[in-house]
Ligand binder design. Structure first.
Ligand code: MN3
Length: 198
């Protein structure tokens, strides 16, 4: 049985960039529901219930039809949000230092160019989904997007940093202004953790 991981800070820790009410609902309702529904689906398959979360998300296409959709959406939802919370920090923001900073400069030119490309990718997502900084099989950094709760491990990438652009992630504070939410998010990115994920 999967469990909702602990939030590494309080609901209001990321104010004013991400408001406390949004954090509370996003974590204790949305993420919690992905966990509950993933567990409900896994009750129907002893084989799939024995797998690790990444394995489930990566291979959901070979799961029995009666749980395939639930594994994709709720497994993906659980994995994506488990990656998302620790990627944020009240002490975050600024420009990435060390290895991650060097790789971003090497693969995108500089941090400003990377940021521009990432913002454009985030804004281009139609409806609900995620924008990602990922590592490909050749250890090159790439920006990609996924629809709904899909995770880039299904595209053969290693996810480093994901941005949730579902309306539930920002609508209470930013309403239709996704661009403002995206701009605010840069102030709370936990680059130290992203560097560890390399
Ligand atoms: Mn979400």
């Amino acid at each position: 049985m999967f469990e909702l991981p602990q939030l590494p800070y309080s609901f209001d820790a990321l104010e004013p960039y991400i408001d406390a009410k949004t954090m509370e609902i996003h974590y204790s309702k949305h993420h919690a529901t992905y966990v509950t529904k993933l567990n409900e689906a896994l009750e129907k398959s002893v084989e799939w219930a024995a797998k690790q979360l990444e394995e489930i998300v990566k291979n959901y296409q070979s799961a029995p039809e009666n749980i395939r959709g639930a594994l994709r959406n709720h497994g993906g939802g659980h994995l994506n949000h488990s990656l998302f919370w620790p990627s944020l920090s009240p002490q975050g923001g600024g420009e990435p230092q060390g290895k991650i900073g060097e790789l971003i400069a090497a693969d995108f030119g500089d941090f400003i160019k990377f940021k521009e490309q990432f913002i454009n990718a985030s804004l281009s997502i139609f409806g609900s989904g995620w924008a990602w900084l990922v590592k490909d099989a050749n250890r090159k950094l790439v920006i990609t997007t996924t629809p709904n709760q899909d995770n880039p491990i299904t595209q053969g990438f290693t996810p480093l940093l994901g941005l949730d652009v579902w309306e539930h992630a920002y609508y209470l504070k930013y309403q239709n202004r996704r661009a403002e939410y995206i701009e605010a998010w840069w102030n709370v990115i936990n680059w130290e953790l992203i560097s560890e994920r390399l």
